[in-house]
Design a protein around this ligand. Structure first.
Ligand code: ZN
Length: 290
């Protein structure tokens, strides 16, 4: 798996620089790893034969975010350490680099999973994860870790959150931030924190591109039924083609049409892409056999 939320990229550093000045930007960028390592070293200094449950937590905190392995339980004697590594609550910015480190995000995730944060605190943090007040940080820290914590907390309604954030509309925040949210929702589904894709009402897993006009006509009814779930992502007005995204599962659908009497009959079919605009630019309208 690609650890896609792990490290700040150039755009992040650019934004951090504008908030923090050159010195701070160094800690958010190049110097980031060195700082984190220097800080980590004394905390997990080798101990005589640590218990398996301790090793599981240490390995987990050294991994990538979001974790591809299950979140291990935290032995009581490590709770204070994990709390210290979390540097506050879900969504809290961290001095001096603004972004919580991978280890801080992992610590927060474990504390949420095992109810060390109250459900109300976690839910509130997730609700403000992408709020406008984050412009205070010059838009540089969207709290994906807060949403992740809410998705894994046993007492937070993850489905309601997924509905809400899966349906975020264009313009509210950047494409990159929204894409990270959908990746996070997919991660939660893969690991059972959210119901699986097969349960999505859009049926992305069940349908394929139609091979004939008859199949396209059959898809048109389903298309009309699921249209309220879908958000427009890219439109090509000249060619009457469009790409939509399911607000529930984040998967993409293409819309095409065939002549039907005096009008066009629109139908949609599932596509597999991470780049809806690029997909649309390369797509050709169907010329289906009868
Ligand atoms: Zn769907």
């Amino acid at each position: 798996m690609v650890p896609w939320l792990d490290s700040p990229d150039d755009a992040d550093r650019q934004r951090a620089r504008s908030v923090l000045g050159e010195r701070g930007a160094a800690s958010a960028g190049e110097g980031w790893d060195q700082l984190a390592q220097a800080r980590r070293a004394p905390v997990f200094a080798p101990q005589p034969s640590p218990a398996d449950s301790d090793v599981a937590v240490i390995d987990y905190l050294d991994g990538s975010f979001p974790p591809e392995r299950p979140i291990p339980p935290i032995p009581p004697h490590l709770l204070a350490t994990v709390h210290a590594e979390a540097h506050g609550e879900p969504g809290d910015p961290v001095w001096p680099g603004l972004f919580p480190s991978t280890r801080a995000k992992l610590a927060r995730l474990a504390l949420a999973r095992w109810r060390e944060y109250p459900a109300g605190v976690v839910l509130r943090a997730a609700e403000h994860a992408y709020g406008r007040y984050r412009s205070h940080y010059d838009g540089s820290y969207h709290a994906h870790d807060a949403l992740a914590c809410a998705l894994v907390h046993p007492d937070v309604d993850a489905v309601a959150l997924a509905d809400r954030y899966g349906g975020h509309h264009r313009g509210e925040r950047g494409w990159k931030s929204r894409r990270k949210t959908w990746q996070l929702l997919r991660w939660a589904r893969r690991h059972g924190y959210l119901p699986g894709l097969t349960r999505c009402a859009c049926g992305h897993d069940w349908f394929v591109a139609p091979p004939t006009q008859q199949a396209a006509v059959a898809l048109a009814g389903h298309w009309t039924a699921i249209r309220p779930l879908l958000v427009s992502e890219a439109v090509d007005i000249d060619r009457w083609l469009a790409v939509f995204r399911c607000s529930r599962c984040g998967e993409f659908w293409a819309e095409d049409s065939i002549p039907s009497g005096h009008a066009e009959l629109f139908f949609g079919y599932p596509i597999h892409t991470r780049d809806p605009r690029g997909w649309l630019a390369r797509a050709h309208p169907f010329d289906l056999p009868a």
